[in-house]
Design a protein around this ligand. Structure first.
Ligand code: SF4
Length: 135
């Protein structure tokens, strides 16, 4: 079983109400081979919502609001869903402050990136789940 970013499965859950559907990911979900989660929605954030990036270990919106608590809560809920469904690997949307794998936006809201993982990705790795970035 896999856990995947819901936006990759076609759910319009990104901050701007868009999806980033990838046909293979959607097919896995439709066949019951993957469970789709959106950690940011699961943490109580609305859709649409202001874009957020990680700055010095905190998550802030482009309007300066600190949403770290929602990101931590959302990662926790999404991890529980993944584990309850028996997920052993994850396919996650690249660069996101929740789902990014290895590379994330640098906190300047300028499109620049730095090395790092999103909050959900970190939670999955700590739980021993293999993660793969999907552009
Ligand atoms: Fe997609 Fe993850 Fe962002 Fe939700 S939190 S919109 S699943 S990248």
């Amino acid at each position: 079983m896999k856990v995947v970013s819901a936006c990759l499965a076609g759910v319009p859950c990104r901050f701007d109400c868009q999806a980033k559907e990838r046909a293979q990911i959607r097919e896995w979900v439709e066949k019951g081979e993957a469970v789709a989660v959106c950690p940011e929605q699961m943490g109580g954030l609305s859709t649409p919502r202001p874009p957020s990036e990680i700055q010095n270990g905190r998550v802030v919106t482009n309007q300066g609001a600190d949403v770290t608590a929602q990101f931590i809560a959302g990662a926790d809920v999404a991890l529980k869903v993944a584990l309850e469904n028996g997920a052993t690997e994850a396919y996650l949307k690249s660069k996101s402050p929740s789902c990014g794998v290895g590379i994330i936006y640098d906190g300047s809201f300028s499109g620049k990136t730095v090395e790092g993982n999103g909050f959900f990705t970190e939670a999955l790795l700590k739980a021993g789940i293999k993660v793969t970035a999907v552009d």
